[in-house]
Ligand binder design. Structure first.
Ligand SMILES: [Zn+2]
Length: 92
């Protein structure tokens, strides 16, 4: 029996590898962004000068925003097969 494989298949193995990769990458980058957001929150809380609000607030927004963004890509890689296939480097 000859199996024709002109196009590489996106197998379950690929799917699992990408999910694991995105979980590790997403959580580690989310941790970095959360700590930046927390730093912004601490700066914002001191309110010693108007600059604390000017620096703290954007840091908070960017930090937590990107943390959520990183975590949502985990959700995408798990629940969206189209996204999962699209980012697969073994199929290209
Ligand atoms: Zn694949």
């Amino acid at each position: 029996m000859k199996q024709k494989r002109s196009k590489k298949e996106h197998t379950l193995f690929h799917v699992l590898l990408i999910i694991i990769e995105y979980i590790i990458h997403g959580i580690s980058s989310a941790l970095i962004w959360v700590s930046i957001g927390m730093a912004g929150f601490v700066i914002f809380q001191t309110k010693a000068s108007p600059y604390d609000i000017l620096i703290g607030l954007p840091l908070m927004l960017i930090g937590f925003g990107l943390a959520i963004n990183g975590l949502s890509s985990i959700v995408f890689s798990i629940f969206s097969s189209q996204f999962n296939r699209g980012v697969c480097r073994w199929c290209k």
